[in-house]
Design a protein around this ligand. Structure first.
Ligand code: NGQ
Ligand code: ZN
Length: 471
């Protein structure tokens, strides 16, 4: 409505140093109205009424892969139970935790998680949501019950949600019968489409209630993996749903999946997906750890985003992503915190770069011709990939959502470094949290390292950890 727009207050922030799409700039005046940047003006003069930001100002990032409920078991699976502990034995433990979660528990866990994400500089989260049903597999009376809990958690915290209801029907390639441990995840394609519809309506309501920004929350399409769906299901779902939505899938995370796919189809997973469904810039291929050269080229050419989750991939023993070869072909990637063993963008980006150094026995692996500062390259790639996979536009530019963060101006490396060194200093030399203030749609959600709901959220989360994990 034009009347509200005209009356919405215009706010101005003055950043002494800010990372714009064109690079670092000085004395940047950021004007915000109705949740968006209206002007981003470098080399400005401070006006008395401006809010001064004397620490480095950066865009916040879209976290492209989350299973919120898994936060409750982070760090509780680091116990050797047999000499062959693997991704698959971790998954058995995860399935046990899944059986114990109520909808209320799910909201408490996700609220605390999303607050911690905001503190870590993520202002949008793509929630890869497959925990749909009651224990035993019975649908809730409202089939979107669990999705509603995630929406409420997003609203409690202030983060933007990209909700990805997941189609999960089978236990393995070729439509294998699901196990008892998977009962809460299972839908047919028709049930999935119905769930997607009602979830989408609820999300629209949430957006309408947000007086500050009407498009904060987004929908997407999601297939759990090629293990969990069949080709006719993928075709049906993609033909029925909005063709502009992002599409996410787990793929080629473990060597076993590659081997099973070859046994089933004669092809590797990414090769199969590209040949039989087709990849383009709507797709987010989560993990894509095990790729041959042809698959690397196919993904890069398709402009699909690879959803890298470096700390989870390290934790689960997945393998090392071929980042150097993929980057050389201008492949797109972003960051997800996945199982949430870490809620630190710093640790994700550092782990990614260091994984390449360990493998290659060389330094400075991820950069490109236009950007030889590794930290700047990592951060800008993660921003662009997160945007594409989450269906948002974050970044300090007119028309974009007014999401940004200020790093601690008092930290010696932030106070003293030349702009071109700021990201390298932060990403490679700081373990303390430097994210002091965070704004989402122009509203401050983290102020001086704190979120207004963090005390009550923390108390509720403690109770849920005790109940679910230790009762
Ligand atoms: C998930 N997580 O769905 O939560 C998976 C494990 C599977 C990761 N891949 C289960 N990190 O892939 O079957
Ligand atoms: Zn995942």
């Amino acid at each position: 409505m034009s009347t509200t727009k005209a009356s919405a207050p215009l706010q101005h922030y003055f950043a002494e140093r800010a990372l714009l799409p064109s690079g670092w700039a000085s004395n940047v005046r950021l004007s915000v109205q109705q949740g968006r940047f209206t002007h981003v003006q470098p080399d400005s003069t401070l006006v008395e009424s401006d809010t001064l930001l004397d620490g480095p100002v950066l865009p916040t990032i879209g976290n492209l892969h989350s299973h919120a409920f898994q936060r409750i078991m982070a760090g509780a699976a680091e116990v050797s139970l047999n000499p062959n502990d693997s991704f698959w034995s971790w998954r058995d433990l995860m399935y046990k935790v899944v059986q114990k979660l109520s909808p209320e528990d799910a909201q408490v866990i996700a609220t605390q998680l999303y607050i911690d994400m905001l503190k870590a500089g993520y202002s949008q989260v793509a929630e890869f949501h497959y925990l749909h049903h009651a224990p035993g597999g019975q649908a809730y009376s409202q089939v979107e019950e669990m999705a509603l809990q995630l929406m409420q958690a997003a609203q409690n915290s202030g983060i933007g949600l990209t909700l990805l209801p997941v189609l999960y029907s089978y236990a393995g390639f070729g439509g294998q019968t699901p196990s008892a441990g998977q009962a809460r995840f299972i839908n047919s394609a028709d049930e999935y489409l119905a769930l997607h519809q009602v979830s989408s309506e609820a999300l629209s309501q949430l957006n309408k209630r947000d007086t500050n920004h009407q498009h904060k929350h987004q929908m997407g399409i999601c297939f759990h993996s090629l293990r969990a769906v069949t080709q006719p299901q993928i075709d049906t779902v993609l033909s029925q749903l909005d063709s502009a939505l992002p599409i996410h899938i787990h793929i080629a995370e473990q060597q076993k999946e590659v081997n099973d796919c070859k046994t089933w189809s004669g092809q590797r997973p990414v090769q199969w997906l590209n040949d039989n469904i087709g990849l383009d810039d709507r797709w987010c291929l989560v993990h894509a750890t095990h790729l041959d050269q042809k698959e690397i080229t196919a993904i890069a050419n398709s402009q699909a985003v690879v959803g890298l989750c470096p700390t989870t991939e390290a934790n689960l023993g997945d393998g090392i992503f071929p980042g150097v070869d993929f980057s050389a072909q201008n492949g797109r990637w972003g960051i997800g915190s996945d199982s949430h063993v870490s809620l630190s963008l710093v640790e994700e980006l550092r782990t990614l770069e260091y994984s390449q150094r360990f493998r290659d026995q060389q330094r400075n692996r991820l950069h490109n011709a236009g950007q030889n500062h590794v930290g700047d390259h990592l951060f800008t790639q993660a921003l662009a990939g997160g945007n594409q996979a989450c269906g948002v536009e974050l970044g300090l530019a007119p028309g974009h959502r007014a999401d940004f963060m200020q790093l601690d101006p008092e930290h010696p490396f932030m106070a003293a470094s030349a702009p071109q060194d700021l990201l390298n200093r932060w990403l490679f030399a700081c373990n303390e949290n430097l994210i002091k203030d965070v704004f989402v749609c122009g509203q401050q959600v983290i102020k001086d390292f704190h979120h207004p709901l963090e005390e009550s959220s923390r108390r509720a989360f403690i109770q849920v950890i005790k109940k679910v994990m230790y009762d």
